[in-house]
Every structure is written in C-alpha cells, then in structure tokens.
Design a protein around this ligand. Structure first.
Ligand SMILES: O=C(O)[C@@H](CO)OP(=O)(O)O
Length: 345
C-alpha cells in the first residue's frame, strides 16, 4: 500500500486536536493513560497554569528540564500538511513507552516496587498483544528496567514484530561479560536490536510496603494515607522512594542515555513500570507535580510519541498494526510500514 494512502488519513486527523486524538484512542482501547485534569493539555497556557508545583528540590529540576519540550503538534498542523520536504529533512524518531504486562503480584494486588517478580499468564498475553499493536513501528534500540517483568514484556512484544529482528540483551556489567557476548557478523548485528537494561528505569522502591496487600494496607492505615503513599509526588512510603525521588533517577537516565538516541534518529522502545514511566511522562508532557497525581498507566498498553525537533508529541496508543492513523503521523512511519507490507505481501 502506498505511503500516500496513509497521508490521506492526515486530512481526517487534522481536524482533531491533540486531545481529541488521544481521546479517540482511549475510547477504543481500555484507557492507556488516565489524566483526570486534562484541560491543560490542549491549552497553550501551560506555564501560567503550572505554578502549583508542590515538589521541592526535584520539582524545579524536572520543570526546567521539561521546559525544552512542547506538546504543540507540528506533524499534524495544517501549515505542514503539504510540506513533504519539511518531513524529509526534519530529524524525527519514534518513542514507544510500555508499562510491563500484569505481574504475578499485580494479580495478587501486592505492592511490588523493586521486588523482581515475573509476568502472570494474563501479563504474558498483554505483552504479546502489545507487540501486535506496535508490530509495524520501527524499533532500533530497547531500554528496559533491570526487572524481569519489564524485560519479559519487551521480549514477548518483539516476538510479534513484523520486521523479525532479534532483540539481544546487552551485557556491559563487566569487561568479560561484554567480550563474551560479542557478535562477530555485521549482517547478524543488522538483524538485531540491542536491549539495554538499567536499574534507573526500575519501579519506584516501595519500602516497607513491598509484599503487602494493597487493600489490607488501606484497611489498616486508611484509604487516604495509602493513596498519599501511592500517588503523591513528594511523600515517600515508609523507607521507600517518592515519585519525586524515582523521577530524579529515571528522568536523568532518560535525558542522558535515551534522548541522545532519539536525537540521532533512532527509534526507541522503553519497557518499564507504572511509576518510572509516570515520571518520564511527567517530563515529556510537562506535567506539574499536581497533574501527575492523576496519571495512571494500564499494564501492557504501548504508547507512541514522536520526537521531532527536540519536542515530544504524544500520539496515543496504536490500536493495531494496520491502523492507518498511527502511520500517517510521519512520513518515516508510513514508509516503514509500506516496506513491511511489500515484504509480506
Ligand atoms: O506495586 C507497585 O509496585 C506499583 C505498580 O504496580 O503499584 P502502585 O500502582 O501502587 O504504584
């Protein structure tokens, strides 16, 4: 199918605001992300409405980092719709975020944090389903946390990718590990996707709540207290990390290790966790510490951003591998899918 066909979809998408588009996706796919106070997203007045940051140290750090990004949509803006050359010349990359599929402890409703538990049967199915949704989106490098549930999710998702590249875990923990895991064929390397695991993308450390049942904890300490531990920005659970503390390491890692990949045009997938991803989304979408409280991520639903000219544009979640809208977002995505369609005709 020709790339132009995908561009036709832009005509229909142009009339959608960023938020409408997001809502359209959400309607069709079980709430990838829930933002209770959404009005800020469609507004240009982000900075004026964002004076209510309650976080202390890191809040200002996050906000100054975030000030480099924007939710303005250059891809779908009418003035750009016919600017084919502009698309060609501009440097852009896809960024896929995915929270791991349901884990055995999600299933049991236990606080998990940095405890390293695997996916449940349902989580395995979710990861495979997630893989189908992104199976026509190019992935050049994968970042996961150091935890098995995020790694399982990434690996299972990639089994569904139409390009058929093999994800390979990088082992840089020692010189010997690096040397013993070398690949000596350039051709094979080209058919591989490096997978980089980092503790900085781990779930936030839940301290003394790890292993406790969420409902029983609420019964014992009160719903409000537990909600504060779970969703406030800067109040940590007993001996654990607040979201602010989690953001400090996860966002720093994103900026230092992941953004350079995107800047060089590489398409990146991040498989991580509810709270490490919430903190990264806070950075990408310039959410305040108040706004992030209402951000919830579903397990196993991938979310696509386009990184273009230093800005992150949230595109919602691909519904399926053939959904025209997703591939219409950029010429590169359209061409990539067209190539895959030709290969597998
Ligand atoms: O238990 C956890 O580690 C997290 C994510 O599952 O829970 P919460 O939703 O409370 O942040």
């Amino acid at each position: 199918m020709a790339a132009e066909v995908y561009y036709q979809a832009i005509g229909t998408l142009q009339s959608h605001s960023y938020l409408n588009n997001l809502n359209h996706h959400q309607k069709h796919q079980n709430n990838l992300v829930t933002l209770v106070s959404r009005d800020f997203i469609s507004s240009n007045g982000l900075s004026t409405r964002r004076s209510n940051c309650t976080g202390q140290r890191n809040c200002s750090v996050i906000r100054s980092l975030a000030s480099q990004t924007s939710v303005v949509d250059p891809v779908l803006s009418p003035s750009r719709s016919n600017a084919g050359d502009t698309y060609k010349k501009s440097n852009e990359a896809a960024l896929i975020l995915i929270r791991h599929g349901e884990s055995l402890w999600n299933e049991k409703n236990l606080f998990t944090g940095c405890v390293d538990v695997p996916l449940s049967k349902k989580g395995i199915d979710e990861a495979i389903e997630a893989g189908k949704r992104i199976s026509s989106i190019p992935v050049d490098v994968i970042f996961t946390s150091a935890l098995i549930r995020a790694q399982m999710t990434a690996m299972l998702a990639m089994t569904q990718h139409r390009r058929g590249k093999v994800p390979i875990m990088m082992h840089n923990e020692s010189e010997q590990a690096r040397s013993w895991s070398q690949v000596f064929s350039e051709d094979t390397k080209k058919q591989s996707i490096p997978v980089i695991a980092s503790w900085q993308l781990n779930e936030r450390m839940y301290g003394e709540l790890q292993g406790l049942n969420k409902q029983e904890t609420a019964d014992r300490y009160g719903k409000e207290q537990v909600h504060e531990w779970r969703r406030s920005y800067d109040i940590p659970p007993p001996n654990g990390e607040s979201l602010e503390m989690c953001a400090e390491r996860a966002v720093a890692y994103f900026r230092d290790q992941i953004e350079p990949q995107l800047l060089s045009g590489k398409n990146v997938m991040i498989s991580a966790h509810g709270n490490s991803l919430r903190s990264i989304i806070m950075y990408l979408d310039k959410l305040t510490s108040q706004e992030v409280i209402s951000l919830e991520l579903s397990t196993g639903i991938p979310m696509l951003y386009i990184f273009k000219e230093g800005r992150f544009i949230r595109r919602g979640s691909p519904i399926g591998p053939s959904e025209a809208g997703v591939y219409a977002y950029t010429r590169r995505l359209a061409l990539y899918k067209q190539k895959l369609d030709n290969m597998f005709q």
